[in-house]
Design a protein around this ligand. Sequence first.
Ligand code: G6P
Length: 617
Amino acid sequence: MCGIVGYIGNRKASEVLIKGLKRLEYRGYDSAGIALCNNNSCQIYKCKGKVQDLEKLLQDKNAEGSIGIGHTRWATHGEPNDVNAHPHTSMRGNFIIIHNGIIENYSKLKAGLEEEGYVFKGETDTEVLANLFEYVYLNHLNNGDKISPEDIIRETLQMVEGAYGLVILCNDYPDFMIAARKGSPLVIGIGKDEYFVASDATPIIEYTNSVIYLNDDDIAIISRSSLNLTNLKNMKKKPDIQKIDLKIDEIEKGGFDHYMLKEIYEQPRAIRDTCRGRLDFRSKSIHLGGLHNIFDKLAGAKRIIIVACGTSWHAGLVGEYLFEEFARIPTEVEYASEFRYRNPIINKDDIVIAISQSGETADTLAAVQMAKNAGAIVIGICNVVGASIPRETIAGVYTHAGPEIGVASTKAFTAQITVLTMMAMAVGLANKGLTEKEFSQLVDELYIIPEKIEEILERSECIRDISEKIKDVSNSIYLGRGYLYPVALEGALKLKEISYIHAEGYPAAEMKHGPIALIDEKMPVIVIATKDNSYDKIVSNIQEVKARKGVIIAVVTEGDVTIKSIADYVIEVPKTDFALAPLLTVIPLQLLSYYIATMRGCNVDQPRNLAKSVTVE
Ligand code: G6P
């Protein structure tokens, strides 16, 4: 979703900003812009389209200045066009701002400003905010009040409802910028006589690894040589400077055509890293340090509620099967957006687990707050270190998938399932849902999962061939049972996200209650049918599809002959425990989507309309 980058120092700001915006492209956006300040005057360049288009716009311009702000916008209020693109300037030019998040009371504020003579160029809530800053500022100026721009920002933000990550330039004070956060992340990078501001650390890490993550209500006043941190209540705060351990090659393509493909291939490494120091193969044990303080409560929980969105929600569904089977704890999985608005029943002995790659998804974050307010213990499973969800939860486990840049989640999904598996196993052993022998067999099996994924990746040619055969279809159905039902949902989501082919995931047995009506010789049905306790049932489901001339693509266990004799195409995966099968079976589905989408000429890393980190509800 929208990306922010700001720079103040001695470098050419336009270069830092354009490079930074390119690093943020993965978040998904539809217009881009920058403001550059030089010799007390600021110029704005912005346009609909990609950062490349913005670069073209800058080509014949004198883009000088060592202070500037840049933004990639994912449209919420107002269509993506040049006018609605950020930065936005107030009507009389006093304030220039970029903004992530949504100002919820913007229409009321806008009406008030219009009564005061303000005229708006576009439809965004951000322009309303720029004008509100100016209105408050000019009122004070006219009254002869001596008030700092920081106080103006503070006073104005008290009038605002909603979420913001903001960077503000004030024309009358050209030597500093102001950053403010509520609900939408901002990180400040500290260099020598220079500072960087960004919505995540990716634009910053090639310059510095010293950063400050702003907290809600923080306001930072940044000049070339100083940073002053206060909050909305005007209390001075001591900046908490942290070192980030993110390397530049982790956010580059490393020889792959796309981030998505790189990330699919990184999964063996990501799972090994997620298990490192936690899954001990020799002593047959699992240590999850981040759960230490609440582990007994988790093991004694009467119920687990998992909240998440998108792919993370699918990982949560796998978690439901795992916790119920290994630990015998009733588990519910909720879309965070539904959970937060439906007055759910949360009991004292319930544990809420929030799963999020980014740790910033607005609905998941709100569900965490709500569960906390209701007195629940909330655990986070997140990939981005230092993000809002890990900071809002009292316990948690990081997935160590590394930065995920492709909008369609791949390695974060398998890393989330790895964490859920370890959690359910550890709890299962503690509360005797699993015997020591069962536990130790699972440890052995989980330990070698990365090798088995490597084997699947080596067979990608066969998946590419199948993709070639079905790339022109308009619809598809994915079927699975048990642990493989969430995999069917995830496979369908991957395909629709990046290839724009309509895809539906179903529990295989549900097919006869509706989707079977869609099956004809043009309908590919992707069946995830590895050997488990519902194998015979899914073979019958495949027969039902074949009887109606559907095209079967089956993901099967190596050596399967039964399905091979019925299906049109098969993709083999190594044998594993039923409960670990999602970690293997999702890999061919990710590759299938990737190849189909690239064959159709789609932009797999930045699919249309989608955002990597959905910071609005
Ligand atoms: C967006 C992304 C998905 C992701 C979902 C939840 O829709 O495009 O890939 O699964 O958000 O994001 P989270 O960061 O909370 O896992």
